[in-house]
Design a protein around this ligand. Structure first.
Ligand code: NAI
Length: 307
């Protein structure tokens, strides 16, 4: 049975993408965020993102209009909670997510399924603060949501089979995604594997072994990735990637998740990747990559003079 109405908490990079994906299937979407200003900005950004898709012939103007007409924004969670599925896509901070999930448990109807888009946190832990841990499940959409054909569906230890089946059907039948099933553990499959990969690329850059452009080219052409690890980190958001590393480090105590010092420096400087126009690369107003970050100087060897 098709879901007619859905609520998404958090209108950031992922919330916008999930809203677009779901609204494109004819479902009404309510986007909830903290302030009206954030919501306005979020809808503006979504509109610009769809304009970029129209330019590349990936979407038509009438599809864009229909999608936007189905997305409404609000700050009043308590007024919109009566839906079959509610998805949270707020920042990757455990305490913040727990506060929201607890509130959702209190506000939503008993039947509502709560979905978290967390990339690294334990679904069992998040579900433990709600009054319905059998109806809490992880659905890990990847960025860019409308383009990536995969979702990971993560069962917490208490997620019921019925909840899992309903959400899997929603993702596969309605959203047309391929779903892989993941058993409870932070990082799941995709984040757990991609994070050390990006971290290692940052170390290779920091050690002066190759330029950012050459590292990405090597991995794209050498191993068939469609995007290099440094550009990928920029697109995901360097603050978000660093938070994933910190969460995995805390949970798994493995040095490979310790954020590369270069990543820490960029995040502290507010260079968060594509969304701030500067990360490992520089981006223009349209979000296209136009060069390497000039502040990252390659510390390679100077070749000896010819004899
Ligand atoms: P973001 O920082 O771009 O957006 C988060 C949004 O949530 C902001 O608009 C913020 O104002 C809003 N927010 C904060 N607290 C809220 C609350 N209590 N109620 C409603 N809205 C609230 O974050 P992003 O990148 O969209 O990430 C969201 C989630 O998706 C995180 O759990 C992240 O790990 C996950 N994720 C991110 C991916 C990425 O590539 N950026 C990929 C896959 C998952």
């Amino acid at each position: 049975m098709a879901i007619q109405r859905i609520v998404i908490c958090g209108g950031g990079v992922m919330g916008r993408g999930i809203a677009q994906l779901i609204a494109a299937t004819g479902t009404e979407v309510t986007l909830v965020d903290l302030t009206d200003e954030i919501l306005k900005k979020s809808i503006e950004l979504l509109s610009e993102e769809m304009d970029a898709e129209i330019e590349k012939w990936g979407l038509t103007l009438s599809e864009k209009k229909a999608i936007l007409a189905r997305i409404k924004g609000t700050t009043k969670l308590e007024e919109v909670c009566d839906v079959p599925i509610i998805i949270e896509a707020i920042p990757e901070e455990e305490e913040r997510k727990k506060r929201l999930l607890k509130e959702l448990g209190e506000l939503c109807s008993p039947e509502t399924i709560i979905v978290s888009n967390t990339s690294t946190l334990s679904i069992t832990e998040l579900a433990s603060v709600t009054n319905r841990s059998d109806r809490v499940v992880g659905v890990h959409f990847l960025h860019p949501v409308t383009k990536i054909p995969l979702v990971e569906i993560i069962r917490g230890l208490r997620t019921s089979q019925r909840t899992y089946d309903l959400v899997k059907e929603f993702c596969e039948e309605q959203l047309n995604k391929t779903a892989v099933s993941v058993y409870e553990y932070p990082g799941y499959v995709t984040t757990r594997i991609i994070v050390p990969f990006m971290n290692e690329a940052m170390h290779v850059l920091m050690e002066g072994i190759a330029t950012a452009e050459d590292i990405d080219t090597a991995m794209k052409l050498g191993y068939g990735f469609h995007m290099g690890p440094l550009a990928l980190a920029d697109v995901m958001g360097l603050d978000v990637v660093m938070k994933w590393m910190e969460n995995l480090l805390e949970e798994l105590s493995e040095h490979k998740y310790n954020p590369c010092p270069l990543l820490r420096k960029l995040v502290r400087a507010g260079h968060l990747g594509k969304k701030t126009k500067l990360g490992f690369f520089i981006y223009n107003e349209e979000g296209n990559k136009i060069g390497e970050n000039p502040e990252i100087k390659l510390r390679g060897f100077i070749p000896p003079p010819e004899k």
